[in-house]
Ligand binder design. Structure first.
Ligand SMILES: [Zn+2]
Length: 122
C-alpha cells in the first residue's frame, strides 16, 4: 500500500495535515524533557489520549542496539505523571529487562566462542 493509498489521496492528505496542525496548535506547551531523553528537548505533546489527557513519549535510542528505552508522559490539567519505564525492540514490542540481559549474555557467549574458534583456525 502506498502512502497515497493509505491516506486517501491528495485531498485527504491536505485535510489530515490541516487537522494535525489544528491539534498541535491546541496543545499546551511541553515542559523540558528528562535528561535521558534523546528527542529534541521539550518536544511537543503528540495529542490527547482516550481520557482527554495530553501525552508524549520520551525515548532514549541507543544507536545500533535494536532497543530503546521509553516512558510516556501524561499531562492532566497541568499535573504531569509518568508511565512505567519500558524497553522496546525494533518492532516496537515491549521487552522485559530480563530478556534483554539474556540476549546480551547469549551474544557475549557467542562472541567468545567465535573468538576461541577463530584463534585456533588461523
Ligand atoms: Zn522527551
Amino acid at each position: 500500500m502506498t502512502t497515497t493509498e493509505r491516506w486517501g489521496g491528495p485531498e485527504a492528505q491536505q485535510r489530515h495535515a490541516v487537522e494535525t496542525e489544528e491539534i498541535r496548535a491546541s496543545l499546551p506547551p511541553a515542559p523540558p524533557c528528562p535528561d535521558w531523553c534523546t528527542d529534541p528537548n521539550g518536544h511537543p505533546y503528540s495529542g490527547l489520549n482516550a481520557h482527554g489527557q495530553y501525552v508524549r513519549t520520551h525515548t532514549h535510542d541507543i544507536s545500533g542496539s535494536h532497543y530503546w528505552v521509553e516512558q510516556a508522559e501524561i499531562n492532566q490539567g497541568g499535573v504531569i505523571t509518568y508511565g512505567p519505564l519500558l524497553i522496546c525492540d525494533e518492532s516496537c514490542n515491549v521487552v522485559s529487562p530480563d530478556k534483554v540481559r539474556a540476549t546480551a549474555a547469549a551474544m557475549l557467549l557467542t562472541l567468545e566462542k567465535f573468538d576461541e574458534i577463530r584463534a585456533v583456525t588461523r
